[in-house]
Design a protein around this ligand. Structure first.
Ligand code: ZN
Ligand code: ZN
Length: 196
């Protein structure tokens, strides 16, 4: 393989992970609007408290098995089909990427892995929702503020296309508990953002 070929395969590998993430987000939107998936996705929403700590180990494991495991399976199937159809080695990286999420979802559902993913780490929110990639605050808003928006899990493309990534521009934001440490740091971040 010459340098150009390697470069193309690396780009295809990155593209494959973006496709995998798009599948995750489509599956998530379906979990909210398509009846056959709704009950399983509700388990995911019910597994977390407002500070993103888990309600119980049982609820967490159940949600991982009924929501996260099939979600990662869908990612694996789509990236596998695309890699198979186009027969480019770089595209198989999407499968490896998805298989990683499938393995951790299964491990979590069986109680082998208690470390949760980045968007569900418990504790105070210290950042405002991010713009192109999903941070904890972005996903928190999906759970507890706007259940019909902020669907994306890693990149925010799909929300941008659906118009479900709310922008801060021209919006009045009410901050509850503004006098606490978290409220104060959010206020100063918002003020910075408004100045830009
Ligand atoms: Zn959801
Ligand atoms: Zn979530």
């Amino acid at each position: 393989m010459d340098f150009k070929q390697i470069f193309i395969q690396i780009l295809l590998a990155i593209l494959a992970t973006v496709i995998a993430e798009l599948m995750r987000d489509i599956y998530h939107v379906a979990g909210h609007y398509w009846t056959p998936l709704q009950a399983a996705h509700t388990l995911h929403h019910k597994a977390y408290r407002r500070d993103l700590s888990i309600v119980s180990l049982e609820a967490y494991r159940k949600a991982q098995w009924h929501n996260d495991t099939p979600e990662a399976t869908a990612m694996l199937l789509l990236t596998g089909a695309i890699a198979f159809a186009f027969d480019q080695p770089g595209l198989w990286f999407g499968c490896l990427y998805s298989a990683g999420f499938l393995a951790t979802a299964i491990a979590r559902s069986q109680g082998f892995l208690l470390e949760t993913d980045l968007t569900h780490k418990p504790g105070d929110l210290t950042e405002i929702p991010s713009v192109w990639t999903v941070n904890r605050t972005y996903h928190w808003r999906h759970h507890f503020d706007q259940g019909n928006a902020y669907f994306c899990g890693h990149y925010t493309f799909l929300d941008k296309m659906l118009g479900t990534s709310l922008s801060l521009k021209g919006k009045t934001i009410a901050i509850t508990g503004a006098s606490g440490t978290m409220g104060r740091s959010l206020m100063s971040k918002l003020a910075n953002k408004a100045q830009k």
